[in-house]
Design a protein around this ligand. Structure first.
Ligand code: NAG
Ligand code: NAG
Ligand code: NAG
Ligand code: NAG
Ligand code: NAG
Length: 469
């Protein structure tokens, strides 16, 4: 009786042990599989959400509660694959994002706040970060620079871009507090897009450090009072600290900071007043994933966008079909047509304007920065390997992108001009205004480029026939 009972207990213990071991082994092995499933689910969800952004974003806009990035991994793992990949496919075909990852071999980057010196400036990198995070293949980051008086552009820009934005804000002295107020207003009072997508970096000269700089993790402790006027509206330039202290706008410091912090492989370094045509991100990544034609060339590549401006009372066109109608009745014009016709003209511009809109985005023409386009300052989708901008040049001095242009030319970049995508400047057509102070600075900048920077570039990048700054 006793021994029977004993052996029964032993048996019970053995069985319990085996069950315990089984569970342990199973869960340990299963963990990576589950993680992988979650990862791939997140990828699919990310592309899917960008494909369906039109609807989801509209739904989210009125929504005060934020959708945190973590929530994405709980989305259904299995998605109908036809939504994700362009061609007919059996199950195993890689998705667009998997193809982009494979082709670019890109690496994910962490988003870490840090305070660092950069030449004559202090930079608060990743000072206020976006809630959504992107893996390197998952999107394109629009990188840009501004002071707070330009912040009215951020929401119209996001409504069309609906992807990550990395922005460097110049905020010396008392402009710093207004900058923080503006950011707070945009994050708390304009729907969810700014919080979701925009990462702010802030910088100022070491000679113009603000009186107080809160730590990055203790900035916005209270919700912003949204019934006040947005702090960035109707700012008169002469009231800004920058103007009172007669500071120049260090445009290329801002450009480089924003670019370096972008988490995605592809970036669109741009000016905040230039709004991209909708759906560009997903159409562009689909084109990259197809990897055909000029994309197979060994030359380094960038993807310039045509730029237009529209009259002040006009809406920004949603697609090329509408843009063409507006060009036909002169409510839209090629950018700076009245200001500086040569500066932004793009190879095969006439043909581009004639061509009808098609589905998706493709390469319309392979341009080079030479001949008639020797001084071309294109805005393009590129990558982190493209040369940066010279931080000695200011916005007021003009020619601030010329040195990059020279480097691209010497390195024999292909300028793969896209067909159905374009940028439109914030409504209002610019006309020429005399600005003697700016002309004087521009002359000084030309001297600096000719005498100092150009000789450096010749040493560093070399010389090539047909290339100029
Ligand atoms: C918010 O601002 C408005 C307008 O300035 C003011 O009337 C109101 O009292 C403020 N609300 C809070 C909670 O401070
Ligand atoms: C800003 O200025 C414009 C035109 O000068 C005016 O119509 C608008 O009401 C002003 N907005 C605010 C918030 O003061
Ligand atoms: C272009 O945009 C207009 C206005 O938003 C819209 O009615 C039209 O269907 C769009 N066309 C295409 C081809 O997407
Ligand atoms: C020009 O064309 C656009 C797009 O079709 C239209 O919305 C606008 O009313 C037109 N403007 C004039 C002045 O004809
Ligand atoms: C372009 O579109 C217009 C208007 O829809 C049409 O009349 C024209 O035939 C098209 N051109 C070509 C080359 O397809």
């Amino acid at each position: 009786m006793y021994s029977n009972r004993k052996s029964f207990i032993i048996k019970l213990l053995v069985v319990a042990c085996i069950i315990y071991l089984c569970i342990h082994v199973l869960t340990n092995n299963a963990a990576p599989v589950i993680r992988e499933l979650q990862e791939s689910g997140r990828n699919l969800a990310a592309l899917d959400s960008s494909v369906n952004l039109e609807q989801t974003a509209l739904a989210q806009e009125g929504d005060a509660k934020e959708v945190l990035p973590v929530v994405e991994s709980t989305k259904p793992v299995v998605k109908p694959s036809s939504e994700v990949v362009t061609t007919e496919l059996p199950k195993k075909q890689p998705t667009v994002l998997e193809r982009v990852k494979e082709l670019t071999q890109c690496l994910d980057k962490p988003m870490v706040p840090k305070t660092q010196q950069r030449g004559d400036y202090w930079v608060l990198y990743n000072y206020i970060t976006a809630e959504k995070r992107f893996r390197c293949q998952e999107s394109i980051t629009y990188t840009t620079h501004a002071d707070y008086s330009f912040m009215d552009n951020l929401v119209p820009l996001l409504e069309r871009w609906r992807g990550p934005i990395s922005i460097a804000m110049h905020a010396p002295g008392t402009d710093f507090a207004n900058t923080l107020e503006s950011i707070a207003y945009l994050r708390d009072c304009t729907g969810s897009l700014v919080k979701e997508y925009v990462t702010f970096h802030v910088y100022f000269s070491t000679k113009h450090v603000p009186k107080e700089v809160p730590k990055h993790n203790s900035i916005f402790t209270e919700p912003y009072n949204c019934s006040v006027t947005p702090p960035f509206l109707n700012v008169s330039a002469e009231n800004m600290y920058k103007a009172q202290k007669k500071l120049l706008y260090p445009v290329n410091v801002g450009r480089n900071v924003a670019r370096e912090m972008a988490q995605t492989h592809y970036i669109l370094p741009s000016d905040i007043e230039l709004y991209p045509s909708p759906n560009l991100i997903e159409m562009f990544l689909e084109m990259i994933a197809e990897n055909k034609g000029p994309l197979l060339s060994k030359n380094p590549k960038v993807f310039p966008l045509h730029i237009f401006e529209v009259s002040a009372n006009q809406p920004v066109p949603d697609n090329k079909t509408v843009l063409k109608e507006m060009l036909a009745n002169s409510t839209a014009l090629p950018f700076h047509k009245k200001l500086c016709p040569g500066c932004h003209s793009v190879p095969k511009a006439k043909e581009w304007q004639m061509a009808n809109e098609t589905k998706g985005v493709h390469i319309f023409h392979i341009g080079k920065r030479n001949g008639r386009f020797i001084h071309w300052e294109p805005i393009f989708i590129g990558t982190h390997s493209d040369p940066l901008y010279d931080e000695r040049l200011s916005w007021e001095g003009k020619s601030d992108k010329m040195t990059q242009g020279y480097a691209l030319c010497v390195m024999d970049y292909d300028f793969l001009i896209l067909d159905n995508a374009f940028l439109v400047h914030k409504p209002g057509i610019k006309v020429y205004k005399k600005d003697p102070k700016r002309s004087m600075l521009a002359a000084k900048t030309n001297q600096l480029i000719r005498k100092i920077i150009f000789p450096e570039l010749k040493v560093l990048y070399g010389i090539k026939k047909g290339c100029a700054v």
